[in-house]
Design a protein around this ligand. Sequence first.
Ligand SMILES: *[C@@H]1O[C@H](CO)[C@@H](O)[C@H](O)[C@H]1NC(C)=O
Ligand SMILES: *[C@@H]1O[C@H](CO)[C@@H](O)[C@H](O)[C@H]1NC(C)=O
Ligand SMILES: *[C@@H]1O[C@H](CO)[C@@H](O)[C@H](O)[C@H]1NC(C)=O
Ligand SMILES: *[C@@H]1O[C@H](CO)[C@@H](O)[C@H](O)[C@H]1NC(C)=O
Length: 313
Amino acid sequence: MPYDLAQAVGFSLPEREVAWNKRDLLTYAVGVGAKKDDFAYIYELDPKFSALPTYPVVLAFKGAEQDVNLFASRAKGIVQVPGIPPMDPNKMLHGSQSVEVLKKLPLVSGPGWKWTSRYTGVSENKTGIVITMENMLIDPNGVPYARLYSSTFNLGAKANGTSFTKVIANAPAAKAAPKNRAPDWMIKDQTSPEQAILFRLSGDYNPLHIDPSIGHAAGFGGVILHGLSTYGFVARGLIKAITNNDPDALTLFGVRFTSPVKPGDALETHAWEVGPGPNGTTEISFITKNVTTGKLSLGSGIAYIKKSEKGKL
Ligand SMILES: *[C@@H]1O[C@H](CO)[C@@H](O)[C@H](O)[C@H]1NC(C)=O
Ligand SMILES: *[C@@H]1O[C@H](CO)[C@@H](O)[C@H](O)[C@H]1NC(C)=O
Ligand SMILES: *[C@@H]1O[C@H](CO)[C@@H](O)[C@H](O)[C@H]1NC(C)=O
Ligand SMILES: *[C@@H]1O[C@H](CO)[C@@H](O)[C@H](O)[C@H]1NC(C)=O
């Protein structure tokens, strides 16, 4: 049966309610490896206590719940999206993620915050179907606080079997990292063997990240770390290196997930200043590697960051 993928583009899912509190912000900070002196993220009594600017990325999983939610039950009750063939949730890979900060998040949401989801891109090729989604985080008065794009690559999914692409909105593309000069910043970091156990407390309870037998069956050789944990590690590291740890300096952060990271892996991020960004920011291109294997974990990184004096070259 043929599917007309173009029909999905522009389709919106029903809005969902989302909510968070200070404890959620603290939990997220340790899930992305915040250090003992990162007081603005780990200590609610610090005068600069703030959400890490990448926090909204976890709301898609967390919703408004405080308790554990069952990953498997999420697949049920999913809305039928026009033009989209059935897809195997076990063959769904997180391809890319971005977040654009429109306004600083309050420390406690209170009720009435909404999460909107709109299909803004669909592509098919021989190996599967890529879906791009735009999410907005909106306060009870209708004011947007964050705009996010994420893409999932659905391995083996098939509509017509012909090559197709339609994209009406997406995150800004990263500029290629300069090949002719050394990175302006090199940031080393270390995930812990328990990293996924901490990060899942922010709302993604997929057993793949805690039960080694599932990761073995899926061909990953054991537990893999949530891509969004690595994502937060790198954002936090760039903020510290470039801005003297200013929680308000980062306004855009986007990556492609290129290969999994395992809890315990050491990471190294190479970042280059590539020009001015919007609104007085600096545009940064970056990649992140597994230190030991040299394998690329995150590629096509883009960030807009307001540099502070201390972070200058
Ligand atoms: C798929 O096939 C249907 C029916 O022939 C057609 O309407 C549609 O345009 C095709 N879509 C793509 C993406 O090729
Ligand atoms: C299909 O698209 C995916 C995701 O963008 C890409 O990784 C893959 O290389 C593409 N495959 C082919 C055969 O073009
Ligand atoms: C990263 O490097 C370590 C050390 O060699 C290795 O054990 C681990 O499997 C690598 N991670 C991935 C996801 O390849
Ligand atoms: C720059 O800041 C203004 C005012 O805050 C905002 O309206 C605009 O969208 C921003 N531009 C970009 C490209 O972020």
